[in-house]
Design a protein around this ligand. Structure first.
Ligand code: B12
Ligand code: SF4
Length: 497
């Protein structure tokens, strides 16, 4: 719909909502996507909104195109049969255009339905994106539960008083109603509606070699971050760390175990251990009343100590990821506060001493990156006893501080579809794309050819046998990826990438 606010259409079902997580490219080439093969995670935001709307007697259907790539026909049939008044799409930058494609397809089937976009991409770009894409009726900025519930209750009319929303006024101009106050009591939210994710949990798989057992899943237990790293898009959960209590979290895991048989959880919180007392209480509960579930989480070096790590291990902590990003402290200091690589090294040793696996998250191509800084990163990370590394290619996302002045630091090709951290879309001054690609490959190659790394993967035969099975089943694709470094290894006829 273009222009003014929609009027109520009697042929639509106002108690029905369809929520979609777009894949980012056409479903037929999903089997060539190496990142999807290695890792399919539940869209927790959509599942949380579905649970919240469910509590308000609104019936929600979720289509996760990541888990079910060929969902176009299902979506069209569902729209014809059910006629939901609202179609919600959850998008980061990389899958935004696919969201637009699906929205166009949906409107061609059900023109009166209202298209609502949520997630980081629209939260960062607000009115600009709604103005640029007439197919979008509403964009929800930030947390979606309360705003979406109010939007649905309003039937899409008289929405100017709903906070956290971009809508079109009577002239068709996009207007932002202003930020909504954040949900402080996360325990007031129901558990995400995992049961609405088709095939959950077996359709979902944590990253290969990142779990000891199946079925596994991801989970989120906090929102917000007090830090301000230059590269981080904080448009959905800006500041103010909020978290589920230890008791809620224990109940959440118990629910996942008893209802779905989940045996391992990856906490996707930005900082699982930021409030140490909560983690102490939570792990104490798991130790005193075991439920047979192990977990991974991410932490910052400042927020872990040996006593906590020992208790986490006793409670079933399997792996901790640390966002290290670079081993060059001068480069890092341009992008993060409190840079202390010695402290990070000390904490990696403590994680290992506690018997927990350690994963180092690295980033390449930040403004200021040089061949020397990449080499420093290699030297640093290879000096640590990390079990696993991940290197992402830096992308200046809308919503990050760097996005604002990125052209001052190098060249940036803002092609949203390629902003998946597997393409160098930004080239720092003094470097070329070819140099970055060469260094990226060299980094991984050196990592994988170390005897320590190889031995580590051998131990995965008994630590994570399912990972080995997945790895071997997809071996040709992984080998192709190692040679080409292309996420979508599509045969020539399709030519996407
Ligand atoms: C878990 C996670 C992943 C997982 C799973 C993603 C999934 N299946 O949902 C994996 C590892 C697969 C992943 C992949 C990627 N991710 Co990621 N990821 C995250 C992370 C850490 C948590 C997301 C989450 O589950 N949050 C908890 C839920 C409750 O929040 P939420 O999803 O944001 O949903 C809320 C709101 O956004 C809103 N909302 C969301 N969708 C909708 C839809 C509607 C209709 C409405 C009304 C509201 C709404 O309401 C929800 C509830 O309040 C965030 C960082 C963060 N702290 O948010 C990064 C983050 C989202 N990822 C990011 C990126 C860059 C990526 C990748 C491109 C690259 C990469 N290697 O990480 C890929 C692309 C994936 C894709 N589909 O396009 C960026 C996005 C930046 C951007 N502008 O695009 C983030 C913000 C990290 C960052 N700070 O830079 N990611
Ligand atoms: S990268 Fe991590 S520490 Fe930095 S702002 Fe983002 S969530 Fe916070």
């Amino acid at each position: 719909m273009n222009g003014a606010s929609p009027s109520k259409d009697a042929r639509l079902r106002y108690d029905q909502v369809l929520l979609i997580h777009p894949l980012g490219y056409s479903g037929e080439i999903a089997k060539y996507d190496i990142s999807r093969m290695a890792n399919i995670m539940p869209p927790l935001g959509l599942a949380s909104i579905a649970a919240y709307l469910g509590k308000n007697n609104i019936d929600v259907t979720i289509v996760d195109c990541y888990a079910k790539p060929d969902s176009d026909e299902f979506i069209k049939d569902f729209l014809k049969e059910t006629r939901p008044a609202f179609i919600g799409l959850s998008c980061s930058s990389a899958n935004f255009y696919d969201g637009i494609r699906i929205a166009n397809m949906a409107k061609s089937v059900l023109p009166a339905a209202m298209v609502v976009f949520g997630g980081h991409h629209v939260s960062a770009l607000k009115e600009k994106i709604v103005d640029a894409f007439p197919i979008i009726d509403f964009a929800i900025i930030g947390e979606g539960e309360e705003t979406m519930a109010q939007l649905v209750e309003s039937n899409g009319k008289g929405v100017s008083s709903i906070e956290g929303l971009v809508y079109r006024d009577s002239e068709g101009i996009a207007c932002f109603t202003g930020y909504r106050s954040r949900i402080n009591d996360l325990d007031a939210l129901p558990f995400p509606a995992y049961e609405k994710l088709g095939g959950y949990p077996s359709a979902y798989r944590l990253p290969i070699f990142n779990y000891p057992s199946t079925p596994n899943s991801s989970c989120s237990s906090s929102r917000g971050c007090q830090y301000r790293c230059s590269y981080c898009d904080r448009s959905v959960f800006p500041d103010g760390f909020r978290y589920n209590s230890a008791e809620y979290l224990y109940e959440h895991l118990l629910y996942l175990k008893t209802r779905f048989g989940i045996r391992h959880i990856n906490f996707y919180d930005d900082h699982f251990t930021l409030y140490i007392k909560r983690v102490e209480d939570f792990t104490r509960l798991l130790i005193d009343h075991p439920i047979g579930i192990t977990f991974n989480c991410a932490a910052r070096a400042e927020h872990i100590d040996f006593g906590l790590l020992q208790q986490m291990k006793a409670a079933g902590c399997w792996m901790i990821s640390l966002g290290i990003e670079s081993g060059d402290k001068e480069l890092l200091a341009q992008h993060r506060n409190n840079v202390n690589l010695d402290l990070v090294a000390e904490k990696v040793h403590l994680i290992k001493k506690a018997g927990i696996r350690a994963k180092g998250l690295m980033m390449m191509g930040l403004p200021g990156e040089t061949e020397q800084s990449v080499k420093k990163s290699m030297k640093y990370i290879f000096s640590l006893p990390v079990d696993e590394i991940n290197i992402s290619k830096f992308v200046p996302f809308p919503g990050s501080q760097l996005y604002e002045n990125i052209h001052d630091y190098g060249t940036f090709e803002e092609d949203w579809e390629k902003m998946d951290c597997m393409h160098f879309q930004f080239i720092p001054k003094g470097m070329t794309k070819e140099e970055l690609e060469r260094l990226f490959k060299m980094f991984y190659k050196k990592y994988f050819l170390r005897s320590k790394t190889l031995l580590n993967y051998v131990t995965m035969l008994w630590r994570s046998p399912d990972s080995w099975i997945r790895f071997l089943c997809n071996l040709p694709s992984f080998v192709k990826f190692a040679h080409s470094d292309k996420r979508l290894n599509v045969p020539r006829a399709h030519s996407q990438n």
